[in-house]
Design a binder for this molecule. Structure first.
Ligand SMILES: Cc1ncc(COP(=O)(O)O)c(C=O)c1O
Length: 187
């Protein structure tokens, strides 16, 4: 099946009403039979049926394990960075998007997280610059704005071998063109 056909057939019909378009559930709270006993939804900040459809579709298109929807790219980035703790290091692609450069340098450095910027279009440099404290390799491919390309497949192997998380911020790509997640699963 072509990705566009797969996508159109993956959109679920609403079980409650049979609606063929996914309804927008505009509720903050879901009624529970008793505390913790519910239909899988409690509060929209944590989970919402409309958002879940989006997350499941993206997961399926990117061949991932799970998907999480955020209101903006920077919100998603902020959530990922909170996996780190003081003393950890990030190896980041040298010409990363300006917003990321700002929060790395002006915010997370203040919390004791060091960022090393590396030209990742040269895969050997990635290997060379790993330290005992590197916890995340932060990639963009293509980068914004200079459209530099890195070898995601090779870098994902290096990250896995060193037990480092790999982030690929693929603002210029689409799940139909580039699937970084299956590459990151290569052992
Ligand atoms: C590579 C990259 N990451 C993150 C962002 C931020 O996304 P948002 O504007 O949705 O917060 C952008 C925005 O252009 C971007 O190019």
């Amino acid at each position: 099946m072509k990705p566009s056909t797969q996508l159109i057939h993956s959109i679920p019909v609403d079980e409650l009403t049979g609606a063929i378009s996914v309804p927008i559930y505009q509720t903050s709270t879901f009624v529970q039979e008793s505390p913790g006993i519910n239909k899988g939804f409690e509060f929209s900040r944590a989970n919402n049926p409309t958002r879940k459809v989006l997350e499941d579709l993206i997961t399926s298109l990117e061949e991932g394990y799970a998907g999480f929807g955020f209101a903006s790219g920077m919100a998603a980035i902020d959530a990922v960075l909170k996996l780190l703790k003081s003393g950890d290091e990030i190896m980041a692609v040298e010409d990363t998007y300006g917003g990321i450069f700002s929060i790395f340098n002006h915010m997370f450095e203040r919390f004791g997280i060091k960022v090393n910027f590396v030209d990742m279009s040269d895969t050997d440099k990635v290997l060379e610059k790993i330290t005992a404290k590197t916890r995340i390799i932060w990639l963009e491919s293509p980068t914004n704005p200079t459209l530099k390309i890195s070898d995601i497949k090779s870098i994902s192997k290096i990250a896995r071998q060193h037990n480092i998380l790999l982030v690929v911020d693929n603002t210029f790509s689409t799940p139909l063109l580039q699937k970084p997640i299956p590459w990151a699963q290569i052992s």
